[in-house]
Design a protein around this ligand. Structure first.
Ligand code: HEM
Length: 415
């Protein structure tokens, strides 16, 4: 079998067909493969669970500092001639020891106990997006439900007022919408649009940063605005802005796609929703199963820091690796009947949140947000069916539908 290398990485392919599960299954059965998609950076396609765990655990050999996404030739050229005023590096693009120093700036906030304090915000957000749907009808569940909920939660912890949410949503969609034309800002050139976008972000977050420095509160915005590193130095302005951006961006689209994928999975497997409704003790395993099955972060890139041998292959310094989490999560060597969506799956050693050094900082918040919406779904969704085909975002990095039309009927909340 010959896997078409572009199927693995082309944004357009994901936009049209969704994730290439069939191709990954074939690659998992073969030795590690170096693929050379036309018009794109070449890479080792890492599809097996064990290989991804191993590479993620060796940051000294496989680093993040050279970037986390694979670029098209056009993007490489654009980056080389870029005039974006400052290079902003976030924790996901750092390596030890710098990475740990910056990660610890916010890690206290994201512990299970830290996240427990947000329970009311998270539950209220989930309830209100479902309430806003009305008793019955037809809606795009992405724009009406699954993107609203994480937007509310993240905006609250980052200090963004409800009336600014729309603007923030638009800005991040433009900044991270991959090559999707529906999500791109118009401008004389892409370069110019990029600079304007950056300045808009800067203005929005800088206002909050200044406010929290003058009027500290008990929130993440204040923690970031007043953070000092372990050597006592304050976090610089660009680093602070980078932290806001990574928290919002890493948290929003991932949670949104997990929730949309959960709706799709329950539409395809209504027996699993009945099971969850009848036995709420399955909630914990259901949430993990959603993240395994959907795996919205499709891959992360790693780069070899020196010549080495991996899995019997000669690797050259600078070789790039795509760690396909969505493939690892269907690895038949680890998961029984991996294509089945099973809300009671246990054990479930999925890699949807990554592994080791860069393991998702927001995993507990993501779990809380997904739990809150699944609780609403289990308690109140009397009936639902697809009202049209889903449409996918044209991106191979963070992957999922941008539209999901659904017809539904809801039970009204008690009281
Ligand atoms: C279901 C939702 C989510 C999924 C599937 C997800 C997945 C991931 C993955 C795969 C990584 C990279 C791990 C690696 O390279 O080993 C990551 C990193 C990260 N995530 Fe999440 N994430 C989610 C939600 C969130 C939320 C809600 C936040 C913040 C509020 C967040 C913040 C971060 C940050 C800051 C990093 C970088 C960590 C580091 O480099 O040390 N994520 N996430």
């Amino acid at each position: 079998m010959i896997v078409d290398a572009l199927d693995l990485i082309s944004s357009a392919h994901y936009g049209e067909f969704g994730p290439p599960h069939r191709q990954w299954a074939e690659l998992r059965a073969q030795p590690l493969r170096y693929v050379e998609p036309e018009g794109h950076e070449h890479f080792w396609a890492v599809t097996r669970h064990a290989d991804i765990m191993e590479i993620s655990s060796r940051p000294e050999d496989f680093c993040n500092g050279e970037g986390i996404v694979l670029l098209t030739d056009q993007q490489v050229r654009r980056r080389e001639s870029s005039q974006i005023p400052v290079a902003m590096k976030t924790i996901i693009e750092m390596d030890p020891p710098e990475h740990g120093v910056f990660r610890r700036v916010a890690s206290r906030y994201f512990t299970p106990r830290g996240i427990e304090r947000l329970a009311e915000i998270v539950d209220q957000s989930a309830r209100s997006v479902i309430d806003a749907l009305g008793a019955e009808g037809e809606a795009d569940f992405v724009t009406e439900v699954t993107q609203r909920h994480p937007l509310r939660v993240l905006s609250t912890i980052l200090g963004i007022e409800p009336e600014q949410e729309e603007q923030l949503l638009e800005l991040t969609a433009q900044l991270f919408g991959g090559d999707d034309p529906e999500l791109q800002r118009e401008g004389e050139t892409r370069e110019q649009a990029g600079i304007e976008l950056f300045m808009d972000f800067y203005e929005m977050f800088n206002t909050i940063i200044q406010d929290r420095r003058a009027n500290p509160r008990d929130d993440l915005a204040t923690m970031l605005a007043t953070a000092t590193l372990e050597n006592g130095e304050p976090l610089g302005d660009i680093e602070t802005l980078g932290y806001y951006l990574i928290v919002f961006n890493a948290g929003h689209d991932t949670t949104r796609h997990s929730l949309t994928g959960a709706f799709q999975a329950f539409l395809d497997n209504p027996d699993q929703l009945t099971r969850l409704r009848d036995d709420s003790s399955l909630m914990k395993t259901a949430v993990e199963e959603v993240v395994r099955y959907v795996a919205p972060v499709n891959y992360m890139k790693r780069t070899a820091t020196h010549d080495l041998v991996f899995d019997g292959h000669d690797i050259a310094k600078g070789d790039m690796f795509a760690l396909f989490y969505a493939s690892a999560n269907r690895d038949e060597a680890v998961f029984e009947d991996p294509d089945r969506f099973d809300v009671g799956r246990s054990p479930n050693r999925h890699l949807g949140f990554g592994w080791a050094e860069h393991y998702c900082l927001g995993a507990h918040l993501a779990r809380a947000s997904i739990t809150a919406l699944l609780q609403q779904l289990a308690a109140r969704m009397e009936w639902m069916e697809p009202a049209g085909p889903p449409e996918y975002v044209a991106s191979s990095f963070v992957v999922g539908p941008k539209h999901l039309p659904v017809r539904y009927r809801l039970a009204q909340p008690p009281g």
